[in-house]
Design a protein. Structure first.
Length: 325
């Protein structure tokens, strides 16, 4: 049985939860003196580190990212999903952890094509690696299936799991994590892409508040980093560096998180509404920790889809000439 069928079996087993009363998480209540072990662990160097991809961000957290809920907010086209996929692939490549990716907006095959692009060197200037495989396979020049099974998939087998079922709720993620652990697979990063695709009954505001609250509890229960893709409401601009006040439907999303990432773009032609395709900005706000706001201007490779931190500062983009690259 393949990983996709394996996960679908878990999802089908968990569907009954949707119409049933959600189970309560165990309530732990201890006097101050009994929390010493947990407190000592919190101040020691992290032995089970995760990475946020960019050195600036890793310096802020020193690998202590487990048990954190992190909304990634921004307008369409601001590369919210791509930063999550880059973080996921980066951690797997470094051997830091395994990933469960819940995609409710794009198909699993699109994510796989992106992983191929991130993992392989392009052979031509005209195509990215996934497109090359498609083109030359259909021309009868290469065997894309052989490449997929023998060269690509082994890099991610047992480390990257994808479910494209929609309307999943926290209860079902809990069951997925439990069943994977029963098979000896410990998930370290859960990507929920995105919040608007999660199911349940109630108004959008009620659902977004409840889902973000429950996902925070889930991050603590399983000691995982959860990246939550969130849309924003109309009224802001793609160039706004912090869109937390525009997060769609519920301010509780920001209240329930540990820190958040706001994705923004740079104008390349303000008169025609065009945006820089090479560089953009991610602002991380460590609201429950240091309170620091850490901007990273990234370079984006359109062939590999890889993002890398630059040494550029936001003030450099105040120059109109610089903007028009």
């Amino acid at each position: 049985m393949g990983n996709e069928d394996y996960l679908k079996g878990f999802i089908q087993d968990g569907m009954s939860f949707r119409n049933s009363k959600p189970k309560d998480f165990d309530v732990v209540c201890k006097e101050v003196g009994s929390w010493s072990d947990e407190w000592m662990k919190s101040i020691l160097p992290e032995n089970n580190k995760l990475s946020m991809l960019f050195p600036k961000w890793d310096k802020e957290f020193k690998g202590k990212l487990r048990g954190k809920l992190v909304p990634v907010i921004g307008y369409g086209g601001s590369k919210k999903s791509l930063i999550a996929q880059n973080i996921a692939k980066h951690n797997i490549t470094l051997g830091l952890g395994s990933v469960l990716y819940s995609t409710m907006e794009m198909g699993a095959t699109e994510i796989i094509s992106r992983l191929i692009n991130m993992s392989c060197e392009p052979q031509t200037a005209n195509f990215n690696p996934a497109s090359e495989l498609e083109y030359y396979h259909n021309k009868g020049m290469i065997d894309a299936e052989k490449f997929y099974k023998e060269s690509f998939a082994p890099m991610f087998n047992g480390k990257f799991f994808i479910t494209e079922n929609t309307s999943l709720q926290t209860e079902e993620y809990d069951k997925l994590l439990s069943n994977l652990l029963a098979k000896g697979i410990k998930i370290d990063i859960l990507v929920v892409d995105g919040l608007s695709g999660m199911g349940g009954s109630g108004t959008e505001t009620e659902l977004y508040s409840r889902h973000s609250r429950e996902l925070k509890s889930l991050s603590l229960k399983w000691n995982v980093l959860i990246l939550l893709m969130c849309h924003v409401s109309k009224g802001g601009k793609r160039t706004d560096r912090d869109l937390s006040d525009k997060v769609r439907s519920s301010e509780k999303i920001i209240d329930n998180c540990d820190f958040y990432i706001s994705a923004s773009q740079f104008e390349s032609d303000s008169e025609n509404g065009k945006y820089n395709k090479i560089n953009g900005n991610f602002r991380l706000v460590n609201k429950r920790g240091s309170g620091n706001e850490i901007d990273v201007i990234y370079d984006f490779n359109s062939q590999s889809l890889v993002m890398e931190q630059t040494d550029m500062e936001l003030k450099q983009f105040d120059d109109d000439i610089f903007n028009k690259q």
